[in-house]
Design a protein around this ligand. Structure first.
Ligand SMILES: Cc1cc2nc3c(=O)[nH]c(=O)nc-3n(C[C@H](O)[C@H](O)[C@H](O)COP(=O)(O)OP(=O)(O)OC[C@H]3O[C@@H](n4cnc5c(N)ncnc54)[C@H](O)[C@@H]3O)c2cc1C
Length: 389
């Protein structure tokens, strides 16, 4: 039987970031990073849209993404001269209908107070900024002039994974099948291979599977997989200044290389947990919902054709679409870093550092993540993020 001071379940962006920052914060003990799918074929990380924004409704979420932005700006110092994640700083453009205008303005107030560089435009200003956009049904918009855009998720994950190779992490290629507990402590994990690892601390970084992992320790966690389809399409028209656009309908679209990607507007408030093994794209969405919505907003997209699609699973927190960070109050050596609900890639570096600070120093030292604590789940007290894309 092996022993690890810290066992991290899930080795994609969240688990890798936690391991990385544990070492950065000076943790010298043994760390086992357990990953069952080391190609990350089904990880949310590699199936995501890999975009980063400041346009959240909650200050804490803005701070988490701002830390990642700082890491992007300082990538070569941290990860070496060749480090490159292809960050395209093209902004988000969030469009509000008359019904959504008050929320957009309130969100902008929160973002401005956090130092985010977001322009709040009325319709006339929006038409001047992006003349190729239809402003039908739009009352106002918010555009990230800097600090927002998209990047290569694989490249970011590789930077963290490669950095771990020289930081004596035990990479375990296996699946956690059960978690052993004794009284109010998690004491180890059992793997599919039959191997067992004793653990001082167990950290749940299992993304969309996090609810199932918590259940193995006898704990409830309101995080479940929710399937999301991303469509790739081509269009004759190119808009060099095109940001990631979020329509009031929930449809988003952004350039991706010489093509575009789009999705959203799925009935995420009403649907149930997805089958965790279902990665079949919902092609019918494109014809039924996405294409008509896109053509109405960007007339040049009247004649487009989806060429490819993929589906991934959001790590969806059904309580409030926000992360759960920190220990379980009744099992203090079992920590969560889960439930990011569609914004976890950009928040993983900061969330990983937060967990590392808790473990190493016993308290948050940089961004106070207490509001993301499990207690709110136990009390049924949502800490709701309004900008879930
Ligand atoms: C379509 C889509 C678009 C998205 N767009 C964005 C975006 O633009 N910006 C953004 O910030 N976020 C986005 N997200 C969300 C983001 O991808 C996730 O929040 C983030 O990647 C979560 O990272 P993770 O490491 O926790 O989860 P994952 O990447 O899913 O990794 C969890 C890992 O745990 C492993 N695992 C699970 N169970 C076990 C077990 N029992 N034993 C061993 N290993 C196990 C899995 O194999 C997996 O590799 C998007 C997600 C999707 C699906």
């Amino acid at each position: 039987m092996a022993h690890s001071d810290i066992v991290i379940i899930g080795g994609a962006i969240v688990g890798s970031s936690i391991a990385y920052f544990l070492r950065e914060e000076g943790f010298a003990g043994r760390i086992a990073l357990i990953e069952r799918d080391p190609q990350f074929a089904h990880a949310a990380t590699t199936l995501s849209c890999a975009s980063i924004r400041q346009q959240f409704s909650i200050a804490e979420n803005i701070r988490l993404s701002q830390f990642t932005l700082g890491l992007f700006r300082d990538l070569k110092t941290r990860f070496g001269a060749d480090a490159d994640i292809g960050f395209r700083e093209k902004g988000y453009l969030i469009l509000a209908s008359p019904a959504g205008e008050a929320v957009l303005r309130e969100n902008h107030r929160v973002q401005a107070a956090e130092g985010a560089d977001i322009a709040l435009d009325d319709v006339a200003a929006l038409e001047r900024r992006f003349p190729w956009l239809s402003t039908e049904g739009i009352a106002a918009s918010a555009y990230g002039r800097s600090g927002e855009g998209w990047f290569d998720a694989h490249a970011l994950l590789s930077l963290f994974r490669n950095a771990l190779r020289s930081r004596s992490i035990d990479f375990v290629r296996d699946s956690v099948d059960s978690i052993r507990t004794a009284g109010s402590r998690a004491v180890g994990v059992t793997l599919s291979s039959g191997a067992t690892i004793d653990a001082g601390v167990v950290i749940n970084a299992a993304g969309p599977q996090a609810g199932g992992i918590a259940a193995l320790a006898g704990l409830a966690l309101s995080v479940e997989p929710r399937k999301r389809t991303v469509f790739v399409f081509e269009a004759r028209e190119r808009f060099g200044d095109m940001p990631l656009i979020v329509d009031p309908s929930g449809i988003y679209v952004r350039p991706e290389g010489s093509a575009y990607i789009t999705g959203g507007a799925e009935p995420y408030d009403t649907d149930a947990a997805s089958d965790p093994d279902d990665f079949a794209p919902e092609w019918h969405y494109f014809e039924e919902v996405i294409w008509p919505g896109l053509a109405a907003r960007i007339p040049a997209f009247e004649a487009i054709k989806a060429t490819r699609a993929w589906a991934g699973h959001y790590d969806y927190n059904t309580l409030d679409q926000n992360a759960v960070i920190g220990p379980h109050p009744d099992m203090e050596n079992f920590l969560f870093c889960n439930g990011f609900s569609g914004h976890g890639l950009q928040q993983a570096p900061a969330a990983g550092r937060a967990i590392a600070e808790l473990v190493v120093h016993g308290a948050y030292r940089t961004i106070d993540c207490s509001a993301f604590g499990y207690e709110r789940l136990a009390e049924g007290r949502p800490f709701r993020e309004l900008n879930v894309i």
